[in-house]
Design a protein around this ligand. Structure first.
Ligand code: ATP
Length: 428
């Protein structure tokens, strides 16, 4: 099934001590320094003569400072998520990386060809057909006509719009626009891909396909910056999250470290100081240990091998299933369960979630179970941490089951084969 999810083992080198190390160059390709951005919000100067005279001495506009000095760097091949509440300046940041907007202060340096999915259908001409728009859109990203000719069929096939490709795009639904825009943006051989909330559009099956494609192009070394409110998507694609609040970077780090703080803060804010997470257990490092407001929790995790039996060992090439049992005191809709696998140095090497397997979010009710299929796990020698996250798109009822197990894998490069699981996948 998800062969596209595979992150090639060839990307991981052995450092001689049995540890997998990344071949990423460490070259900085996005360098944002002390960027400030202001919008002018024009005032109503009145409609009548009386009003105009009354407001005559008043300044015509107010300065609205959206970004107050943000600095961050992104290295080649890194995937970074920008998170934060509505209006905090995430899209403005992304638009400046695409050069749709420019900073009022500070500097932005970008190395490489940029492709972006910022505003749905921006760059599409409504009266031109899907096919014609592929040409105009891809040429904006720097492709020659010949290069576009070569990619045309791939783009159309990915968009699944064969039937409508010669219709004017004004007749497209927003989902169709998104398919076409995504198909173009990921097929222009960009070095850097910037995406604004695009995975929230389209049906669940297409979202899952885009998500897999993103993991694939990340595996090929493309640098990615994503703006999203879907924390699990960021956790499964990005090594780093940057939380923007009131135009400043409030926190930056591994998504699984940053998101619980962000979610707890949001929850506190939205409940007027009375946190939705007040019953949740948060450990000393600020990670949520228990899901939501105590409404649901995992009760057991087992691994089912390809023979359908509980497995004590697995072979990374073979699919296996993580079987999670849970108890939900209240019904929980729109849940997505995801697995992230981190290498010893903290790099994310694998991610999958139930949306990919089922194409729709789950409803958790009473006592039940969830099966999460893991396929083509890209492991070589070294230590790996398996983390399960359960979330809803609204961000609440959120849990990190951190470090459900750590596997030490030795001798795999010499003798690929079965890997022993720990005796117990502990529920903490
Ligand atoms: N062209 C503009 N003119 C005036 N104000 C703007 C303009 N573009 C954005 N803003 C304002 O800047 C602020 C930040 O907007 P931005 O779109 O970057 O937020 P965001 O973090 O992406 O929010 P969301 O999560 O809702 O997408 C908002 O208050 C918005 O109203």
């Amino acid at each position: 099934m998800n062969s596209e999810l595979r992150i090639k083992n060839s990307e991981l080198k052995d450092d001689g001590a049995g540890n997998a190390v990344s071949e990423k160059t460490g070259e900085v390709v996005i360098d944002v320094r002390n960027v400030k951005k202001m919008f002018r919000v024009y005032r109503d100067r009145g409609n009548t003569l009386k009003e105009r005279l009354l407001f005559a001495g008043r300044r015509r506009y107010e300065e609205h400072w959206v970004l107050n000095g943000i600095s961050f760097q992104v290295k080649k091949g890194e995937a970074v998520g920008l998170v934060g509440e509505n209006g905090c300046g995430k899209s403005t940041t992304l638009k400046m990386l695409t050069r749709i907007l420019y900073p009022d202060e500070g500097s932005i340096q970008i190395k490489g060809r940029v492709s972006s999915l910022i505003e749905l259908g921006a760059g599409f001409h409504p009266d031109l057909s899907g096919r014609e728009n592929i040409y105009t859109n891809a040429s904006i990203f720097g492709l020659s006509r010949k290069e576009i000719d070569e990619r045309l069929e791939t783009i159309i096939a990915f968009s699944e719009l064969e039937e409508f490709i010669d219709d004017p795009v004004r007749t497209y639904s927003s989902g169709m626009y998104m398919r076409l825009a995504f198909a173009v943006a990921i097929n222009v051989d960009a070095d850097i891909l910037l995406i604004d909330e695009i995975l929230a559009v389209g049906d669940a099956a297409f979202q899952a396909k885009c998500f897999r494609k993103l993991q694939e192009i990340k595996g090929q070394g493309t640098t990615i910056v994503i703006v999203s409110h879907a924390m699990a998507q960021i956790e499964q694609i990005c090594e780093r999250s940057i939380w923007i609040d009131e135009g400043l970077i409030r926190m930056e780090g591994a998504p699984r470290d940053v998101h619980p703080h962000y979610m707890a803060w949001m929850s506190q804010k939205n409940s007027g100081g009375e946190s939705d997470l007040k019953d949740a257990e948060i450990d000393a490092e600020g990670h949520l240990k228990r899901w939501g407001s105590g409404e649901a929790r995992m009760t057991a995790i087992t691994v089912i091998g390809k023979d359908g039996q509980e497995a004590k060992e697995f072979s990374p090439e073979d699919p296996f299933t993580i079987h999670i049992e849970y108890t939900a005191k209240k019904e929980l809709t729109d849940a997505v369960v995801g697995l992230a696998v981190y290498r010893g140095d903290g790099a994310l090497v694998y991610g999958t979630n139930t949306l990919i397997d089922t194409s729709s979010p789950l409803t958790l009710k009473g006592e039940g179970s969830i099966d999460l299929i893991v396929d083509n796990l890209p492991v070589t020698n070294g230590d790996y941490t398996f983390d399960l996250a359960i979330h809803r798109p609204d961000g609440f009822n959120y849990d990190f089951r951190r470090d459900i197990c750590t596997l030490h894998i030795a001798g795999r490069t010499q003798t690929p084969g079965e890997i022993a699981l720990p005796h117990r996948w502990e529920i903490r």
